[in-house]
Design a protein around this ligand. Structure first.
Ligand SMILES: NC(=O)c1ccc[n+]([C@@H]2O[C@H](COP(=O)([O-])OP(=O)(O)OC[C@H]3O[C@@H](n4cnc5c(N)ncnc54)[C@H](OP(=O)(O)O)[C@@H]3O)[C@@H](O)[C@H]2O)c1
Length: 282
């Protein structure tokens, strides 16, 4: 009997969840696509029936937001069919499923922060496939947690912070988008939130981001200030920096569900960033 089965354990969030889960009393099986491709229904079902976890935490995903635009079928397989396969198998053995989703399920036109039960309206292929995944998980598994997060960065993998630090080394002037607003979230803080949430059965949809919000420009400025780097940084608009996938202009997530049940909020995003920069010795 396994307490936790973690999929996508080599990813940015997966490796943070893995290192935390290992420190608990739970037995943990951590796997990635080499051990199990979650898009394969029969293999996924057999794997879960054999391992019999109490909780599956799904950190596997197709996360290349722009890449999804030209590869939506594959993105759908990983972001919707894969979670559906996990959800069905979890339901069959009575396990819970934690599934991670995104602020990109919203269109970003609302003027107030999105709460857990605002109606999604994804504007990109990535957002559509992730929203389909959410619906399939909720439909197929009666013990599911759907956790939406945003603007993730962590030790493993390329992310906005590592990209900014890399670009700063070039000494060239930098322009960063100032008309998209969201909540930068440290993957380690999110992992802690997930592990606290699943201590008891508290199924439902959750928004988990570090507290506060900013634009990508504000985020870049804070990165350089905290890292003590002098960078010639200026603001630009989304129109000046076109990308294949449309991003929501305002995707601040209101974290209602956790605090409503007495769970601690994640710390302010600036503090998460400080912890991350310390961790990477910057
Ligand atoms: N990154 C963000 O800014 C962000 C923001 C909001 C929400 N999220 C959500 O947070 C979750 C974690 O994101 P992340 O950034 O940690 O992702 P990530 O670093 O891209 O990790 C995803 C992992 O899933 C694996 N994977 C891909 N296809 C698979 C398959 N068919 N079967 C099994 N494993 C597979 C990947 O392997 P390969 O690398 O070999 O493909 C990778 O190890 C995702 O659900 C994502 O949608 C992320």
């Amino acid at each position: 009997m396994t307490d936790i089965l973690l999929t996508g354990c080599n990813g940015m969030l997966g490796q943070e969840v893995h290192s935390l889960a290992k420190k608990t009393k739970n037995t943990v099986i951590a796997i990635d696509i080499k051990e199990l491709d979650i898009t394969e229904q029969d293999t996924t079902s057999s794997f879960i029936h054999i391992k019999k976890p109490n909780i599956v935490i799904n950190c596997a995903a197709y996360t290349n937001v722009d890449g999804c635009e030209t590869d939506e079928d594959n993105a759908f397989k990983v972001n919707a069919i894969g979670p559906r396969n996990l959800a069905m198998a979890c339901e069959e053995i009575g396990a819970s499923l934690v599934h991670i989703s995104t602020d990109y399920v919203f269109d970003g036109t609302q003027e107030t922060p999105y709460d857990e039960y605002d109606i999604p309206s994804p504007q990109s292929a990535y957002g559509r496939t992730k929203y389909a995944g959410e619906r399939l998980v909720a439909h197929c598994c009666s013990r599911s947690y759907i956790i939406r997060t945003a603007w993730l960065y962590g030790i493993k993998g390329k992310n906005f912070v590592s990209t900014m630090l890399q670009l700063a080394k070039s000494g060239k002037p930098l322009k960063v988008v100032d008309d998209q607003i969201g909540s930068p979230t440290y993957a380690k803080d999110l992992a802690e939130g997930i592990m606290t949430l699943v201590e008891k059965p508290r199924y439902g949809i959750y928004h988990f981001t570090n507290a506060g919000f900013c634009s990508w420009y504000d985020f870049a400025k804070e990165i350089f200030d905290q890292a003590g780097l002098e960078v010639d940084l200026s603001r630009c608009t989304t129109d000046e920096f076109p990308r294949p996938a449309k991003r929501p202009a305002f995707s601040k997530l209101k974290n209602n569900m956790g605090p409503a049940q007495g769970l601690p909020s994640l710390r302010p995003w600036q503090e998460g960033l400080r912890a991350y920069l310390n961790e990477i010795d910057c």
